[in-house]
Design a protein around this ligand. Structure first.
Ligand code: SF4
Length: 352
């Protein structure tokens, strides 16, 4: 069990963020906010995939108007993603946002910040102070050496937090993002040591899903394993449901989220393999998609070492030429011809 770092508790609509609750997955819509119907459909897919919070960009007045319509059509708490404009932040708060994400790098005037804080207080809306490395660079208008960036991000965050605290506002979530996994780890460790507010973890511009998943798993996984992080977003180009699936996989891997579907283990194959294991594993994977039961299924490439190597699995398929031996909790229950592997496997899952 991972011991979470103690934090304050922040209400984001019906979701409690902080160490007293689970780590919450969030993602962003990626269709025009003014296309309310598509936005709502994407939000519903994200919720089905496991998102507990959804963020929406509101760059123009038309977007905050649409945001207000979307809020009425979904039950998940929505976060307004605001850059540059205090007006957009206040409009989104009044339109029903559960949280606003603000970037200290681009909303700088104290009177603007106070206006947002006052609106958030009045409407009981949380705020994420979301620093990112690129904005720090822009702010300084000069190259900032890498070794100074963590300190600058922290300094920027601290000065913003002071304004919120001076105004008596504590419903704060913090984030500091970079596209660099090591910097993300470093800056979030520093935030966790310095402040007691919940932390939102993520990398910026992490890449296409295949490229995004490894740095995200490394950075988010390292921090979460240390107990740091109360909500996560995996950034990847493309369908946000894929981001949610990657985030789920990270949390499940760390025991921070319960598995609801089978886990598939496949042996790496070697010179003993007599069948096409990858082809068989893909057939098994496709059959398991319809199974809503947490169990461990192993597909092994031989009947010599396969049973021993799959001893931890609930069910093991140890394949040989044109047949496979099925094991249930380490005990051989059948030897079946290739065509019967999938139906017999599904039958065995029912016994787990
Ligand atoms: S289970 Fe058999 S085929 Fe697969 S890696 Fe181990 S020894 Fe090789």
């Amino acid at each position: 069990m991972i011991a979470r770092r103690p934090t304050s508790s922040v209400s984001v609509g019906s979701v409690q963020l902080g160490s007293s609750g689970p780590v919450v997955i969030q993602s962003m819509t990626k269709v025009p906010t003014t296309d309310v119907a598509r936005c709502v459909r994407q939000i519903q897919r994200l919720v089905r995939a496991g998102c507990g919070l959804v963020r929406i960009a509101v760059p123009r007045r038309a977007d905050t108007i649409a945001f207000g319509q979307i809020v009425q059509k979904v039950r998940v708490p929505l976060i307004a993603d605001v850059h540059f404009s205090a007006d957009r932040a206040v409009e989104a708060i009044e339109a029903g946002a559960a949280k606003v994400r603000l970037n200290p790098g681009n909303i700088k005037k104290q009177q603007d910040i106070f206006r947002i804080i006052d609106a958030a207080k009045m409407h009981r809306v949380a705020a994420r102070i979301g620093v990112n490395e690129a904005s720090i660079r822009d702010l300084k208008k000069a190259p900032v050496p890498p070794e100074k960036r963590t300190a600058l991000m922290l300094e920027e965050m601290r000065s913003y937090i002071r304004l919120f605290e001076a105004r008596g506002f504590d419903q704060i979530v913090l984030s500091a993002k970079s596209s660099d996994a090591l910097r993300t780890i470093e800056v979030n460790r520093a935030i966790a040591e310095t402040f007691g507010y919940p932390i939102h973890l993520g990398l910026t511009h992490a890449g296409l899903p295949a490229d995004a998943s490894i740095p995200s798993a490394v950075a988010l996984g390292t921090l979460l394993a240390e107990g740091v992080g109360d909500t996560v977003r995996v950034s990847a180009a493309g369908d946000p449901v894929v981001e949610t699936e990657i985030a789920r996989a990270i949390l499940i891997c760390l025991g921070l989220l319960e598995r609801t579907q089978p886990e598939l283990i496949v042996c790496p194959t070697c010179g003993r393999t007599e069948i096409d294991v990858v082809k068989l594993a893909k057939r098994v994977e496709s059959a398991l998609r319809k199974v809503a039961k947490p169990c461990r299924v192993a597909v092994m490439g031989c009947i010599v070492n396969g049973p021993g190597e799959a001893a931890d699995a609930d069910i093991a398929v140890c394949a040989a030429r044109e047949k496979a031996a099925l094991y249930l909790h380490g005990r051989k229950i059948a030897v079946v011809p290739e065509a019967e592997i999938i139906p017999r496997l599904l039958g065995a899952i029912a016994q787990v």
